[in-house]
Design a protein around this ligand. Structure first.
Ligand code: S3P
Length: 412
């Protein structure tokens, strides 16, 4: 895919539905009683993988435009579920099917099959789950056992791990407490509460009691992780307005980074939609300052770090990002692939084991880079190239369909 250099970039964008929320709306309704409509659903490949898995387990899931209609399955059937590229699908399903009296095998594409699954399997076994991984990775096999509630800690700050435990706890006898050291995105807690789960959030802990879920309609807000590319282009080259974007505080780390980098932005038309805060985000061209990012903010911006690295490459001064080792186990090793991409365009970026050091420049020349089949690397590269002097080309560019079908035409 060729990306031309853009001296100016201005426009209004309607951002596709949130990936995390779409996954959950399909999956949880498919495990509940009744019927529901999920509107403004993301039709990305990852969410379609979740839909296919829930069908394999016995739910009815029909796609009509950007609405997904779900009829829940009272009980699941034995199945092999192909999760494609989607870590959220595989990890949440591990918790959802454990304790539901089914034999399930979860498989994925080569990228997903290389990602760590014991971080979910291990705490689920503490509840009594029968889960086997192959050397810590997929395929993951889940057998029939009864689960018992207890206190568990998540070893890594991961909403996927926390969500899997909460889902398993819904079918476990007694009470489960899930503790996390750092708060991660809480879409699971919000949605399950709206579906009748007996669940209570106490600081960084969630108490869950055995519950049956009732289907609930969900209107999905736009995904701030997708808006981030157009927000970044506004900051670099003009003015952008991204409409209807979810601003759940567990997801808005990028706005905190904008504050620190001196990015001019405004949240307009703030409102609540289906229990999630939403706004239109306006971003104006700004003189960018280098930034240090580390610590507890990481889960709130983990998916945005590649595009934040692009902003740092255009900022004045040296930015240091540490404590981001989770990037090494995403769809690609995003520390390596982000560094490779920005270096190819003329950026000055050094890898650290847990992040990057980026010395900003007034401009980048541009050039060619590979996405390594990672959607967020492809879109970050597109932003870097659009803001560069000469533009360039992205190889394996079509992987954006994982989370943002239509990305290149919106950019055009
Ligand atoms: C997600 C959580 C994050 C994020 C991923 C989606 C979710 O992963 O990177 O894109 O929907 O729960 P971790 O929870 O593993 O950090």
């Amino acid at each position: 895919m060729k990306i031309g250099a853009r001296k100016e970039f201005c426009g209004e964008f309607i951002i596709p539905g949130d990936k995390s929320i779409t996954h959950r709306a399909i999956m949880f309704n498919a495990a509940a009683s009744g019927e529901a409509a999920v509107t403004n659903a993301l039709m990305g490949e990852d969410c379609l993988s979740t839909a296919a898995c829930m069908r394999a387990l016995g739910a009815e899931v029909a796609v009509e435009g950007d609405t997904i209609r779900v009829r829940g399955a009272e009980t699941f059937r034995d199945a092999e579920c192909y999760c494609g590229n989607s870590g959220t699908t595989m990890r949440l399903l591990m918790g959802l099917v454990a304790g539901r009296n089914v034999n399930v095998v979860l498989t994925g594409d080569p990228s997903l099959s290389a990602r760590p699954m014991e971080r979910v399997a291990k705490p689920l076994r503490l509840l009594g789950a029968d889960i086997r991984t192959e050397g810590g990775k997929a395929p993951v096999t889940i057998g029939k056992t009864k689960l018992t509630g207890r206190e568990v800690d998540t070893a890594v700050p991961s909403a996927q791990v926390k969500s899997a435990l909460i889902l398993a706890a819904l079918g476990a006898d007694g009470e489960t407490f899930v503790h996390e050291a750092v708060k991660t995105r809480d879409h699971t807690e919000r949605m399950l509460a709206a579906m009748g789960a007996d669940l209570c959030v106490l600081g960084n802990a969630v108490r869950v009691k055995k519950s049956r879920l009732k289907c609930a309609d969900v209107e999905v807000p736009g995904d701030i992780s997708s808006a981030a590319y157009f927000m970044a282009l506004g900051a670099l080259r003009g003015e952008t307005l991204c409409r209807n974007v979810g601003i759940n505080p567990t997801r808005t780390g990028i706005l905190t980074v904008f504050d620190r980098m001196g990015v001019e932005y405004a949240l307009e038309n703030k409102r609540m939609v289906c229990g999630e805060p939403v706004a239109d985000i306006r971003v104006r061209k700004s003189a960018l300052k280098a930034v240090n990012i580390s610590g507890d903010i990481m889960p709130a911006l983990i998916d945005e770090l590649p595009v934040i690295a692009v902003l740092c490459a255009y900022a004045e001064g040296e930015s240091v990002i540490t404590g981001a080792e989770e990037l090494r186990v995403k769809e690609s090793d995003r520390i390596r692939t982000t560094a490779e991409m920005l270096s190819a365009f003329g950026g000055d970026i050094r890898e650290r084991e847990d992040g990057f050091v980026i010395r900003g420049k007034k401009s980048l020349l541009g050039g060619n880079a590979d996405s390594h089949l990672d959607h967020r690397i492809a879109m970050s590269a597109a932003v870097a190239l659009a803001a560069s002097e000469q533009g360039g080309e992205i190889r394996n560019a079509e992987c954006v369909n994982i989370s943002f079908p239509g990305f290149y035409s919106m950019l055009g």
